[in-house]
Design a protein around this ligand. Structure first.
Ligand SMILES: NC(=O)c1ccc[n+]([C@@H]2O[C@H](COP(=O)([O-])OP(=O)(O)OC[C@H]3O[C@@H](n4cnc5c(N)ncnc54)[C@H](OP(=O)(O)O)[C@@H]3O)[C@@H](O)[C@H]2O)c1
Length: 364
């Protein structure tokens, strides 16, 4: 039964959410935080740090010293009910006899899907759901997207001038935005599981696409190159990158790129190229993907309605004749033009960061 959340429940669930946010490297698993409260205070805290590592509930139980009898357990996602890399958290909690388990969301993973909560109820433990549900859905938008649609949460990141240009007509684009925006970009990269660009950007800019100016690991690098024209000397290959190409692209060039550190994924259908790429990335456990590409790839993502979020840095510069970031997307009517909602504006040095969710992005 879904009960009205009281303020205490919301307070502890917010603490659990803050803990969950630390789990940036736990994909393909969801980001989960857990707080155990008893006698008006917190006795245990935990979050899921890495796939294969202990779940948030186990960490919080450890932190509480093992005794959680009569306590309230706040967890941002339903405790698991199945044996995966770790034993079921629902069984572990049921044995420890807390009074209540408050889960913000039921787990959409078909292996769980309400079974964890059922186990707890069957063991006589009070169960509540729905506390800060919307915030918890947002926290796990990548996991939820992957579970519901078989593709990651896609953020399109662009650095443009006041007039929406990302490069001069000759392709020169470095640097449109300032140092602070570039540093922020590195932080955003570290929050994603994979970064994707197009071969046009590799040929023009030879980017490394790594995290250098922020804490965190470098995500998987993915490159769209339907005819394998990436130079084997490209910096993006250094340390490994996945190149998505068409089934009939040259074997010989594929081998040369593999020797240079690439892994080649051949996609059968040219028509469904992007959806197939996203499906493949999903299969590799990518919950969050950031697209940092030129106008051709960015326009395709926009036209095909495959972007969930926009992160647009605008520099106070006018480029005039140049390459517009979505210049290859064309719409017959103004009402067909994609809109972005829930927009937030942040100053970033002299630049402006505009972030929002595409209206065409399916509900979480
Ligand atoms: N300011 C910024 O935010 C920013 C970011 C990145 C790049 N840039 C600038 O953008 C310019 C490069 O633009 P670009 O448009 O050539 O680069 P791009 O979008 O990164 O790459 C385009 C290439 O990707 C390949 N591709 C594979 N699948 C595709 C698909 N579904 N849709 C579209 N293209 C696909 C195509 O080559 P094949 O047909 O051979 O596969 C296409 O020519 C450079 O000047 C660079 O500096 C600016």
């Amino acid at each position: 039964m879904k009960l009205a959340a009281n303020r205490t429940d919301e307070f502890y669930m917010r603490c659990a959410l803050e803990l969950a946010a630390n789990g940036r490297e736990c994909s393909p698993n969801p980001r989960v935080g857990c707080v155990i409260a008893r006698g008006g205070g917190i006795i245990g805290r935990g979050w899921h740090k890495k796939c294969g590592g202990p779940h948030a509930e186990v960490e919080a139980l450890r932190d509480a010293g093992g005794d959680i009898e009569g306590a309230d357990v706040y967890v941002t996602l339903e405790p698991c009910s199945h044996y995966g890399r770790t034993p079921p958290c629902a069984d572990m909690l049921a044995e420890r006899r807390p009074k209540r388990v408050i889960a913000a969301l039921t787990d959409p993973n078909p292996k769980v899907a309400g079974r964890g909560l059922k186990k707890l109820r069957n063991a006589g433990i009070e169960v509540e759901t729905g506390v800060l549900e919307e915030e918890c859905r947002w926290m796990n938008r990548g996991f939820l997207r992957r579970m519901a649609l078989g593709r990651p949460w896609v953020t399109l990141k662009v650095a443009a001038s006041l007039d929406g240009m990302v490069a001069l007509p000759n392709g020169e684009s470095r640097w449109i935005t300032g140092a602070e925006a570039r540093k922020r970009t590195h932080g955003m990269r570290a929050e994603n599981d994979a970064l994707l660009t197009g071969v046009g950007t590799v040929v023009a800019d030879d980017p490394r696409m790594t995290v250098r100016d922020a804490p965190g690991r470098s995500p998987v690098r993915a490159l769209l190159d339907r005819t394998l024209r990436t130079p084997p000397t490209a910096k993006i290959l250094d340390g490994g990158a996945v190149i998505f190409t068409l089934a009939d692209a040259s074997q010989e060039r594929g081998e040369a790129l593999e020797s240079a550190g690439a892994s080649i994924v051949r996609v059968a259908s040219g028509e469904d190229f992007l959806p197939e790429v996203l499906k493949e990335l999903c299969g590799r456990g990518v919950n969050y993907l950031m697209v940092e590409a030129g106008p051709a790839v960015a326009s395709s993502f926009i036209k095909e309605k495959l972007c969930d979020e926009l992160a647009l840095f605008i520099a106070p510069k006018i480029i005039g004749n140049g390459k517009s970031f979505a210049g290859l997307a064309e719409f017959a009517k103004i009402e067909d033009a994609p809109r972005v909602k829930d927009v937030k504006y942040t100053k970033c040095g002299d630049d402006l960061l505009i972030r929002g969710v595409f209206e065409c992005s399916p509900d979480l």
